[in-house]
Design a protein around this ligand. Sequence first.
Ligand SMILES: [Zn+2]
Length: 281
Amino acid sequence: MRPCGAAVERLPELPEVETTRRGIERALVGRRVQELHIYDARLRWPIAHDLPRQLAGQRILAVGRRAKYLLLQFERGTLIMHLGMSGSLRVLPARTPAGKHDQFDLVLEDGALLRLNDPRRFGSIHYTSEAPEQHKLLRHLAPEPFADDFNADYLWRITRGRRAAIKQVLMNGRLVTGVGNIYASEALFRARVNPRRAASRLTRAECAKLVRAIRAVLTLAIRAGGTTLRDYVGTDGNPGYFRRRLYVYERAGRACRVCGAPVRRITQGQRSTYLCSQCQH
Ligand SMILES: [Zn+2]
């Protein structure tokens, strides 16, 4: 067994999902589905019983992402997948025996298969023949860090009049999607902004700095193979290595990598926040 951390800290976040997307893209695009084999249809919502019939024979045209949803684009529709709290996808050789918590295999004509394993079953899978961005799960999602509409102006606008702490605003999925707990702490450190500051008190320049910091930290995490998480395993089975490059996250009591003062841990909205009081104002 791999070690398990506190459940709330080990959600696959945007970098993990993007890493998964990149990991499965090459194996999937251009391939045709032979069958969808469901081992256990119980996810957050049950897998539709006619899904195997819908997908059989269709070619996969692209593998995209919106927030933490993976979008498998087929000839006649799109599969919208969410990894929930504990889901992982692997590309495996055909006839690899299924194990505990394996939900389904998407079997491809060339002999490979895409397998979903989700011990806690909070993941989801939906098929739509409409434009996926109009699907009820995606329609109301806030801008995400890499989108053009997430910029200094946007952050400035949504923080005006908001007395909530800036960390809470970054974690509010109705305002920004995809900045999880780890990356919020790290980005605020890089921008030198104290996570407890009232959002409305950020200057225009700090909003610009924070947008750059959020993108930088997510880009680094994706480049490092996605994950900092204890028991998250990328599509190739290797844990990510971004953890070593964290400035504050889970470094309470250790020396700040910039000034040497001890990193502090506080609680905001029942989640841990890490900061350096010397560096962040
Ligand atoms: Zn410091």
